[in-house]
Design a binder for this molecule. Sequence first.
Ligand code: ZN
Length: 97
Amino acid sequence: MGVHILVNKEDGYQCLYCSVSMWAFGPIFYQEEDADEFLDWLKPTDPRSLTDKELENKVYEWRKIINNEICPNCKCKNINTNGGDCWCAECGHKWEV
Ligand SMILES: [Zn+2]
């Protein structure tokens, strides 16, 4: 995949760029976020195939998942947290935090 990550050495902010067209695009990821993790989560979708608005919505959804606001499986908000574990009351999905 020709999508790579640029990192600002000073503040750790990251952004995506295409190494074929040498064009940066999409959101700015904060230092505590991992843009690589976002790309993994987005697979098999190529972020270059999305419109700005679609990519924005995906990042918004991903941030809700990494912040444990919605279930990564069914995307509901019916989440129970118990120590290092999360459990979805809607679909029964379990995951570690
Ligand atoms: Zn669920």
